[in-house]
Ligand binder design. Structure first.
Ligand SMILES: [Fe+2]
Length: 250
């Protein structure tokens, strides 16, 4: 799936104009779009269980017998690690989980994120997966993400969204707003449910709160950092044809 298909019936120009107005909007799929081909539950399970940690990348043994990571350290997004036993217990007790920086989880996803970077000027994107295996699983308190804009895809299940404006009293450095302070700082401006095939755009800084009241869900959160000065490289998401290299040499 490419970016143009993702945002239909909007054209990429129409999408850019709406996003440029710096307001959140939803493209309801009305059952016309299906994101389930992008990523399967089995692939998430494989990623959860692979034990691979991209913050500790493979090392290449060099010609002089040493080792060195072969990485581009100057990309916009980095990563984190997994504690699997604890994750299993937390899933069993109704916690959602987030898998950050999964834009290379398979070739379909890699191609989509590459296409977003190609289509949106100066963009550096990635993919965070949000997954809940039960109803009413845990969710963040109301918060704002900066400096990145966000494209959010509902892949499986439903999510309930509230978007807020805030008073001038909210300290600029404050990212999250506790429930007890919502009345003090926040005014609800949008309240909607996202169903499979729906797409949401949120500009940087949009305060939002998400819950899943209606069964398990899988969601794509695509952060888009606009790197006007080209300070960060594009992540290299090309496919390494390991098996072919190996078999051709046999
Ligand atoms: Fe967020």
């Amino acid at each position: 799936m490419d970016f143009a298909t993702l945002i239909k019936p909007l054209s990429t120009n129409e999408f850019a104009a709406k996003a440029g107005a710096n307001e959140s909007f939803v493209i309801f799929g009305k059952g016309e779009r299906d994101f389930t081909d992008l990523l399967s539950l089995a692939e998430i399970e494989t990623a959860l269980n692979s034990g691979c940690n991209i913050s500790s990348p493979i090392n290449i043994i060099t010609e002089d017998g040493l080792r060195a990571p072969v990485i581009d350290e100057n990309v916009a997004w980095s990563t984190m690690a997994l504690k699997k036993t604890e994750i299993t217990k937390l899933l069993e007790s109704g916690h959602s989980f987030m898998m950050p920086n999964m834009s290379q989880i398979n070739e379909s996803v890699a191609n989509l994120i590459d296409d977003i970077e190609k289509t949106v000027d100066h963009s550096r994107a990635d993919l965070h997966l949000y997954v809940s295996t039960s109803n009413d699983a845990t969710g963040y308190m109301a918060h704002r993400d900066r400096p990145q804009h966000k494209i959010y895809l509902q892949v499986i299940g439903n999510t309930s969204w509230k978007l807020f404006s805030h008073t001038d009293d909210l300290p600029n450095e404050q990212v999250s707003i506790e429930e007890k302070d919502e009345d003090k700082y926040l005014t609800e401006i949008m309240d909607f449910t996202m169903e499979p095939g729906d797409v949401l755009f949120m500009p940087s800084g949009q305060i939002h709160k998400v819950r899943n009241h209606d069964g398990p869900r899988m969601s794509f959160s695509i952060p888009i950092f606009i790197d006007i000065d080209n300070t960060k490289h594009h992540m290299d998401r090309s496919h390494i044809p390991f098996q072919k290299l190996f078999e051709d040499a046999s």
